[in-house]
Write a new protein. Structure first.
Length: 249
């Protein structure tokens, strides 16, 4: 019987991860604890989109932010302004921006990691004093990009495009979490990890948890998880490889 692996990544990206896990001989089960709700653009947000060509950089924090930003741009710009520089926190966000807008992106330097801290190591974001930057993101979330870029002297505007809606797992999945009835749990978001932790019983807290970064591993330890495995990155291939290595051991 294939090993049951619980995954928390939502939407199309979750489907791609599930496909990679099936190819590795696992039985992926999507917990579907997170959904995205688009936010209507208020007057101030519309003004930022209309002023898009005045920014020296557009920073996009997630694939969902990339999709929502592309939809907002399409509503007000028949053609994308020229010479815009886009930044993406990781390959998945960059791929979504390329698919939606046809633009290249500045990514975190090699070895820096696909996260906010990694992107802050990009050479063109180290000297941003006096530059006007736009941060496209969801409601809430981590503040490290906004705090660090502002501290470096950037004139930063935030465009909030969507909110995250958390919900409990379906009854059967909730039972698996409570009883630890699975081979591994894969989590790539700190907020999802905190959301799930309250439903994990003592057995589940000691079942294998695969995370995508050392930062998430630190959070998982604080939440009481005891069997941590850090994948080499957040890509489906890296996460599937971590599951395969876990099963082999």
């Amino acid at each position: 019987m294939a090993a049951r692996v619980l995954i928390t990544r939502p939407g199309e990206r979750g489907a791609v991860l599930a496909q990679a896990l099936r190819a590795a001989g696992c039985e992926p089960v999507a917990l579907e604890v997170l959904a995205f709700e688009p936010l209507p653009l208020a007057h101030a947000a519309r003004a930022l989109v209309l002023d898009l060509d005045a920014f020296q950089g557009i920073i996009v924090v997630s694939p969902q932010a990339a999709v929502s930003l592309a939809e907002a741009i399409a509503s007000y710009w028949p053609q994308l302004p020229q010479r815009l520089r886009f930044y993406a926190v990781g390959q998945a966000t960059a791929a979504t921006l390329h698919q939606e807008l046809g633009v290249p992106c500045v990514l975190p330097p090699a070895g820096a990691g696909e996260h906010s801290e990694g992107l802050l190591d990009a050479p063109s974001l180290r000297a941003v004093a006096g530059k006007r930057l736009l941060l496209a993101r969801g409601e809430g979330g981590r503040e490290v990009l906004a705090e660090q870029l502002t501290a470096r002297g950037a004139m930063l505007d935030t465009l909030t495009l969507y909110r995250r809606c958390y919900r409990p797992p379906a009854p059967l999945a909730a039972t698996w979490l409570a009883q630890g009835d699975y081979a591994a749990l894969v989590v790539t978001s700190g907020e999802i990890l905190q959301h799930l932790a309250t439903g994990c019983g003592p057995i589940a807290l000691n079942q294998p948890l695969i995370v995508s970064s050392g930062r998430l591993a630190t959070l998982a330890r604080q939440l009481g998880f005891g069997s941590l495995h850090v994948a080499s990155g957040p890509t489906p291939e890296a996460l599937a490889a971590a599951v395969t290595a876990l099963r082999a051991s």
